[in-house]
Design a protein around this ligand. Sequence first.
Ligand SMILES: C[S@@+](CC[C@H](N)C(=O)[O-])C[C@H]1O[C@@H](n2cnc3c(N)ncnc32)[C@H](O)[C@@H]1O
Length: 364
Amino acid sequence: MIHVMNDDELQRPSPEEIGAFAFRVWSYKQGEMVSLLIHLGDRLGLYRALRGAGPLGAAELAQRTNLHERWVMEWLRGQGAAGLLTWHDDDRFELTEAAAAVLADEQGSLFFAAGAFGTPAAPDFVDDLAGAFRTGLGLPYDRQGPAGAHRTERMLGPWTRLALVPRILPALDGVEARLDAGGVVADIGCGAGVALVALARRFPRAQVHGFDISRHAIERASRLVEEAGLENVTLHLAGADALPEEPTFDFVLTLDCLHDMTAPTETLAAIRRSIRADGTWLVKDIRCAPRPKDNLKNPMAAMMYGFSITSCMSSALSEPDGAGLGTLGLHPELLQQLCADAGFSRFVRHDFDEPSNLYYEVRV
Ligand SMILES: C[S@@+](CC[C@H](N)C(=O)[O-])C[C@H]1O[C@@H](n2cnc3c(N)ncnc32)[C@H](O)[C@@H]1O
């Protein structure tokens, strides 16, 4: 007998189609599991022990890290299955040099990423996020606890430490000479202070001020500043409303934070008031497009929207009537318009081939 499919049957997805979609969904679960194993590898020093060691078996790696062999073996197999370690036929595992740059070399590699892999979000934090979908009111950075500031520091720190002074400052008109002679600097939304330390070290005659509304970030920054033995850094647990009313700063930075702010327009106005007429403002913000769908060109766009909901947009909506720009919300055209509205007339965009960010040199 011949069965003729009706319209309903014709429109139903095939098992292959459903299977392919299920694979896509489970891949994210696999990502969640692998993320946790990356966190454990970083936290337990497994990647650092594997770095430059050639192929190692579980017993040898367990001995080098003072960990239990059976647990190390399962972790190694998981890392091999994820393609993060090379799994040799004799069941030894190797961290290649390229993998070491991403997973083990926090101080020397622009590509270091393992620090971004924290513990899963706490259940009560996720409850509050779900609540934010109902009320519209987001959560400030500090709601993530000290771990939030620490994770941000480890995720953004390598680039700041390794590129800000040697690569980015030389591209800005006259800034190095100005700071060599002294000068007053403000880093607004300074987070854990990685940029403050880099600048204060390189320019000992400059007075460097860090502003952030996160208590956890400022506490972490004060520890970093103290450890570095720097005397030319002042920290302020405050936002742009605490900036001086009169022109004071030769150099202002807002690194990866304008889109997190509830009132970016007010911040721009405060920067305009407090910057000297010949001062420079450096903005680092996320590379994104005016038309949201064009952000799909970024292969990490889904992750970016996740960051937005958990941190950036949430922070930017953490007060009533917050601007809520979010991670992919401050595109170059919008920033240029906001700068013009605030009374800045010079706006130069810099692209340093950093996958996620663009930089802007803004002047009066
Ligand atoms: C993604 S972090 C970037 C930190 C740092 N600039 C860096 O590049 O590592 C964003 C920071 O902006 C801060 N922030 C959010 N709203 C702020 C505001 N209105 N004034 C000052 N800082 C703010 C947050 O507390 C957080 O530390």
